[in-house]
Every structure is written in C-alpha cells, then in structure tokens.
Ligand binder design. Structure first.
Ligand SMILES: [Zn+2]
Length: 81
C-alpha cells in the first residue's frame, strides 16, 4: 500500500446548501444526502412545499446555493436514468 494507490478525489463535494424559499424569501441551511436527491422540501417559515423547477432534479438544484452532489460529481441528475 502506497499513497499512489488511493483513488484521486479531484473535487470535494459540498454537502450543505442554503435553500431559499421563493415564496417568502426565508433561507435555511440544509445538508444534502450524497446518494439520493430531495424532491420535496417544506419551508420552515411559511410551510410552502417546494418542488424542483422543470429541468431540475431536486430542490437543491432549484432553490439552493449549491447543486446536489450527483450534479457536482457530473454524474447527471439523481432523478435521471
Ligand atoms: Zn417560505
């Protein structure tokens, strides 16, 4: 075992995103699952149920400051094929 045997982690995946509610503007920091995407998110301020915009795979891609982990890793969208 040498250091060169380790897989290269080119890009660290960000696992926290700030979700901003389009209804009331409330921003809430949320952690993202690495192996699945979150389709629904209920705003903690106004209780509006958020869903992804057309073409987005999850609420983090639509309303968060950071895209979901699968997109960060360029594996395509979590909801895809
Ligand atoms: Zn809200």
């Amino acid at each position: 075992m040498s250091a060169s045997d380790l897989p290269r982690q080119a890009n660290a995946v960000i696992l926290e995103s700030m979700l901003t509610c389009p209804h009331c503007g409330f921003a809430q920091r949320e952690s993202m699952p690495t192996n699945a995407c979150q389709f629904y998110y209920e705003c903690r301020n106004c209780a509006t149920l958020l869903r992804p915009k057309p073409g987005d795979c999850c609420v983090f891609c639509s309303f968060g400051t950071v895209s979901c982990p699968p997109r960060q890793q360029e594996r395509g969208s979590c909801a895809g094929t």
